[in-house]
Write a protein that binds this ligand. Structure first.
Ligand code: 3HC
Length: 293
């Protein structure tokens, strides 16, 4: 019988971490949300306030329910505040050295039966698990962007994950209104392993001036019925995140399909990271877009 988790933590409040915080709080869980600095914490809080505020404006959420959701989140800059958490979801940047540091710290702070989950998109969950003294309680819980909207959670189990931990996380995913799929620990899991070759190919078509970004996106929206074209989706995911995912998959498989197209790195270096910076393949702030010339 799965445990009913009620106290959870989220570490890292970027686009995904803030979205995951919203999903957990909306499902009635008490969430401790942790970031490294007050500024980053404020950005995470603003994200939650804005997203739930919009839901109230659109008549999708009662104002009183919004207040309850906001009251369920405790904001902190210290991992020590996760000492009571039954499950922690880590959603910090995709850098193994940073993640192993956080997992090793959480292992010391959290009770021995706390589940330590990572929202990694492509890094090895097994490698993260051995940074702790509880590899059997470490699991992947991979949400999709925007987390409050996308219905899937990939549950990544390693060769040492305890079956009861998988059950607990699957039960939680159901409470969050998500459908879970279970997958082994291979870079990209299911969805990203299939999606990112396609996105990278679309970027290279654009980079080689084979077609305009608008036409590439229109072809996939209108011809294939996807909600968004690939270049708009790159901007939603974040150009930097997309680069990290492709690079990790390429290093693991050496499959040229995943060798990041050069323009992705160029946009990253120029700080054009997509929606979150107001500009990526497209412009979102009235400025010129990063059109290939
Ligand atoms: N947060 C919360 N809710 C949001 C949101 C956000 N960031 N963005 C959109 N929504 C909600 C809207 O409020 C609206 O809700 P309602 O129907 O209850 O009013 C609903 O989503 C639809 O939004 P819009 O009408 O504004 O716009 P669209 O119909 O165009 O939908 C979209 C926007 C949901 C983003 C849709 O275009 C879509 O599904 N795009 C594809 C997204 C995708 O493929 N994500 C996966 C990326 S890969 C990934 O995340 C893996 C990771 O490892 C990188």
């Amino acid at each position: 019988m799965a445990r009913e988790l009620s106290q959870v933590g989220v570490v890292g409040l970027g686009t995904m971490g803030a979205g995951i915080t919203e999903v957990l709080a909306r499902a009635g869980l008490d969430v401790t949300a942790v970031e490294v600095s007050d500024e980053a914490l404020d950005r995470g809080r603003a994200h939650l306030e804005q997203s739930t505020g919009k839901a109230v404006e659109r008549g999708k959420l009662e104002a009183a329910d919004r207040d309850e959701i906001l009251a369920r989140v405790r904001w902190s800059t210290s991992l020590d505040d996760l000492a009571q958490a039954e499950l922690v979801v880590e959603a910090i940047p995709e850098r193994m050295e940073l993640k192993t540091e956080v997992f090793a710290a959480l292992d010391k702070i959290c009770p021995p039966d706390t589940i330590l989950a990572t929202n990694t998109s492509s890094l090895s969950v097994t490698e993260l698990s051995v940074a702790t003294g509880r590899p059997s309680k470490v699991i992947g819980m991979h949400f999709f962007n925007p987390a409050p909207v996308m219905k899937l959670v990939e549950v990544i189990s390693t060769v040492v994950t305890e079956p009861s931990v998988i059950e607990d996380v699957e039960a939680l995913a159901a409470r969050l209104g998500k459908t879970d799929v279970t997958v082994g620990d291979k870079a990209g899991f299911i969805a990203n392993a299939l999606l990112f070759g396609y996105l990278n190919h679309a970027v290279s078509m654009y980079e080689n001036k084979y077609a305009s970004r608008e036409d590439i996106d229109a072809a996939m929206r209108l011809g294939c019925g996807l909600p968004m074209g690939p270049l708009a989706l790159m901007d939603l995911i974040g150009v930097d995140t997309a680069y990290e995912i492709l690079d990790t998959m390429y290093k693991q498989s050496r499959d040229r399909l995943h060798a990041p197209s050069p323009i992705i790195k160029q946009l990253m270096t120029a700080g054009l990271l997509g929606r979150k910076t107001g500009r990526g393949f497209y412009s979102y702030a009235g400025r010129d877009s990063a059109e290939v010339v």
